[in-house]
Design a protein around this ligand. Structure first.
Ligand code: KMH
Ligand code: ZN
Length: 302
């Protein structure tokens, strides 16, 4: 088993809006190009959302995801991870629609409910490009990101059915117990895969102490040998958390879903840039970067 660091590129997400950056990938072609470029830069895994190509609005359209996944698979062997989180306000049906169609190796599985708020974005946009943008971000002030135990069991069961490994998105400590509950229920094959997504408004703050706390808690509650982890710091903490993740022996997610900037005041022009930055940091810290094949081996993907 290698200890090479698995870098994941979170290509576009469903948080940032087109008015925030001209570099946010929106069309299927842009998302495909970005995923391939991120892979070339060192990403072993991509985490995919899709958007309406005309307006950039997040969509759960399974045909859109099929087009994106097929387009990436034709051009590189990066590990494909699809979202089942979708966008705030989507129903479970909308969030799950692409899973049976895309049949990805990985899919996000949100390990609990959380207020996933990004309404303050509205205060920074004066002339929005699209009518949907401001109402959408404002809606996150009152719509919770709901993932009940019943929902989580349904998501896990469907992923088991399709041969997709869940990537558990963890936004605060209690969600670690939720994962342990489903392991004890016998519906999860260890090692489970956890993505600590920290710094969300409504979730645990993105501090070094909190990342270490989450990892130590998972060691105690799940068991060090029963899980593999990665971390995604949102916003300006992206690279501090990524660097801490490498030092702690974990894996790292970066990309325009989590942070539109490559440095203070400087928009990233592609997902390849934050990936290349994490490759440089990893190598300076003496850790090599995993290939897609090495990532599949570490994650236990067929
Ligand atoms: N867009 C967020 C509400 C996931 O991919 O599962 C949820 C999210 C997590 O992006
Ligand atoms: Zn996502």
């Amino acid at each position: 088993m290698t200890n090479k660091v698995i870098l994941t590129a979170a290509i576009t997400g469903a948080v940032h809006i087109p008015s925030m950056s001209p570099y946010l990938p929106i069309t299927p072609e842009q998302i495909i190009d970005e995923a391939v470029a991120a892979n070339r830069a060192g990403a072993a895994v991509v985490h995919l959302h899709t958007r309406d190509p005309q307006t950039g609005r997040p969509t759960g359209d399974p045909e859109m995801m099929r087009q994106v996944v097929d387009g990436i698979r034709r051009r590189c062997d990066v590990v494909i991870g699809c979202t089942t989180g979708g966008a705030i306000g989507m129903t479970n049906e909308e969030r799950l629609a692409a899973l049976p169609i895309a049949r990805p190796e990985l899919a996000s599985c949100n390990a609990g409910s959380v207020n996933f708020c990004f309404s303050p974005i509205a205060d920074k946009i004066n002339q929005p490009k699209f009518d949907w943008e401001i109402p959408f971000v404002r809606s996150t002030y009152e719509i919770p990101f709901s993932n009940t135990f019943k929902d989580i069991e349904e998501y896990i069961t469907l992923m088991n059915q399709y041969g997709t490994k869940p990537e558990f998105e963890v936004y605060e400590a209690g969600m670690i117990s939720n994962i342990a509950y489903f392991m004890a229920k016998g519906i999860l094959k260890p090692p489970v895969y956890i993505q600590f997504v920290i710094g969300v408004m409504g979730g645990i703050p993105a501090t070094l102490n909190n990342l270490n706390f989450l990892v130590r808690t998972a060691d105690e509650v799940i068991g060090r040998c029963n899980y593999i982890w990665s971390c995604a710091g949102t916003g300006r903490q992206e690279f501090d958390i990524g660097t801490a993740g490498i030092i702690l022996g974990g894996n790292v997610r970066v990309g325009l879903e989590d942070n539109l900037y490559i440095a203070k005041g400087q928009l990233a022009k592609s997902n390849a840039e934050p990936i290349a930055k994490m490759v440089r940091i990893a190598r300076e810290l003496g850790r090599e970067v995993a290939s897609p094949a090495e990532a599949r081996e570490q994650l236990g993907l067929e």
